[in-house]
Each structure stands twice: as C-alpha cells, then as structure tokens.
Write a protein that binds this ligand. Sequence first.
Ligand SMILES: Cc1cc2nc3c(=O)[nH]c(=O)nc-3n(C[C@H](O)[C@H](O)[C@H](O)COP(=O)(O)OP(=O)(O)OC[C@H]3O[C@@H](n4cnc5c(N)ncnc54)[C@H](O)[C@@H]3O)c2cc1C
Length: 313
Amino acid sequence: MTFPDITADLAARMPGLRGRLLANQELAPFTWLRVGGPAQALFTPADTEDLAYFLKHLPADIPVMVIGLASNMIIRDGGIPGVVIRFSPRAFGQIAIEDGHRIRAGAFAADRKVAIEAANAGIGGLEFLFGIPGSIGGALRMNAGTRSNTNPEIEGETRERFVSATAVTRAGDIVSLTPDDMKFAYRTCGVPADTIFTEAVFQGFACPVDEVQAINARVQEHREKDQETKVRTAGSTFKNPPGHSSWRLIRDAGGLDLRVGQAEMSKKHANFLIAHEGASAADIEGLGEEIRALVKASSGVELEWEVKRVGVA
Ligand SMILES: Cc1cc2nc3c(=O)[nH]c(=O)nc-3n(C[C@H](O)[C@H](O)[C@H](O)COP(=O)(O)OP(=O)(O)OC[C@H]3O[C@@H](n4cnc5c(N)ncnc54)[C@H](O)[C@@H]3O)c2cc1C
C-alpha cells in the first residue's frame, strides 16, 4: 500500500521547517506488535517550536496523529493517512532532576528510563513506570499505571505523580497543562486527541537510592511472573469493566483457545494477545473482536479496547 506523496506540497508551505518530513514511511518496525502499513507522511520535529510551526502551517483537512513507542497500538495493514508524528530521542528524550524531588521528562523519554533516573536520584514514587514499555507521552495520554493484588508498593498511576505538562495544540499553540486540564481517568485523559504532549513534570518524594532500586526490581519480578514479556504483545488488550477483570471474563468465556491467523490469546495472562511471526494487524484486531463477541455472549459484558487501533484496513 502506498499513499499519494503530500510531502513536497507541505514542504513548500513551510520554508522555515527544521524537522524531517518523509513520504510513505513504514511504521511496523517502530511498534511492539511489528504490524501495520506506512504513514502517508512521517514528521520528526526538531524541537517543540518546530512542531508548533508545522501544525500552524498544516492545512486543517490533513489528519495528524502522534505515536510514542507504540506499545499500546495496532496500526492497521493499510497504514495511516495524513501525517504521523514521531519524536526523536535526541530532541524529546531528555530527563532532568529538579529541586523538591521533581523530575522533568521529554515526551519521548522511555518510562523505564524515567524510573531508573528517579531511583538513581533517590526519588521514590515513580517505580510503577519501571515495567511499562511506553514513553512519557503515551503515559500521559493513557494515564498509564501498574496494579498488583499482592504488592501495593509497586502500584501507581501517572495521574498520582503528575504536576504539569507542555503540549502543542492542533492549531500550533504551545500550552501548559495543569492536573485539572488533564482530566485523567482510568487508562485515558481528557485532553483533545490531537493535542501533542512534549514534556511533563512529576512529583516524587525522598527515598534512599537502594530502596527505590529494590522496588524497581520487584516491579520487574511481578511482570515476569504474571505477564508475557518475551513475545510480541500490546499489554492489556481490554480495559477492566467496572467490577470485573477482563482476563477472568475472557478465561471463563473459553477465549484462551481462540486463534485468528497468527494471533492468539496468551495462556499466561488471558487479557494479553500474542502476535506470532507473520501475524497481520487484521489477524490481531479480528482476534480481539472475536473475544469481545465471545465475552458478550457468555457474560453480557461488553469489553472496551484499551489498545488503540489506528489507520485504515
Ligand atoms: C508488555 C506490555 C506491558 C504493558 N503493561 C502496561 C501496564 O502495566 N500499565 C499500563 O498502563 N500500560 C501497559 N502497557 C501498555 C502501554 O505500554 C502503555 O499504554 C503506554 O503508556 C503507551 O505508551 P507509548 O509511548 O507506547 O504510546 P503509543 O502506544 O505509541 O500510543 C498510545 C496512545 O498515546 C498517544 N500518544 C503517544 N505519545 C503521545 C504524545 N507525545 N502526545 C499525545 N499523545 C500521545 C497515541 O496517539 C495513542 O493514542 C503495556 C504494554 C506492553 C506491550
């Protein structure tokens, strides 16, 4: 699948652009599931001002979406029309320790790296990020968090540590966001979908370095015990419906035996789906939809996708 090349026209409208704009770029290698078609145009901004300039000059009818580390995303096989924005670690991956046990992180900083830097600086409270394989931008959008039935010290959610964020709106304005602006809820936030986070500040607390490092290690142990860590997944496929666990609903509905093409449900964690070599996005999404139908028929509960499905089939 190839889209018409819109990059020459866009570049002509934006003589001051400093970032890189490329046509028909494959996205699958950037994703955890390793599936999906290309971006019609892929833009890598030089910095926040460059991103704002780009969005200000981008015609309003061209859709824009941002991807982080694509650990919570199925990109469909036909790819993504319009512009996909993906940051570079050099421009948006910085992490800085600030006074008062605060940590400032670029939107493309890996969650795990933020947890490591916090630990090295003797800052507690961000250990929950250690086991989440996404970026800070994705953590803000998804209100990413870690839950454990057995060990409360490894639990936490992005909203609990959030102080402020910088973002660029679709109109190209650079804005500062407070906790109220974020409207965090379970695995989502209320900021308009086309607003792009560029950095955030989090509040931790003083804690001895070896204690924070030990909690990070326990986060890792918890993951390895209960989750698939060595295969291609997108983490929890569905949100937990109020009063239910998705994995239990899927198991009780007999979903563990389902397979579509090269995609199947995990036997270790029933809410994870696994993409085997050769799986297509259609296999993975098709499996998810079969699971939803099965659970609805057996329990009456409608599962809601936690994984974002983007692009065209
Ligand atoms: C093995 C595994 C385990 C996981 N465990 C957990 C877990 O315990 N807890 C949990 O919460 N999640 C978990 N996840 C899911 C995923 O890691 C999180 O949702 C993560 O926050 C997504 O970050 P990302 O950078 O990969 O975002 P992406 O998948 O790239 O994007 C997710 C959404 O965020 C948006 N987004 C990304 N960057 C930005 C930005 N800069 N500005 C605005 N929007 C942005 C995207 O447009 C998209 O809507 C797991 C995933 C895997 C593969």
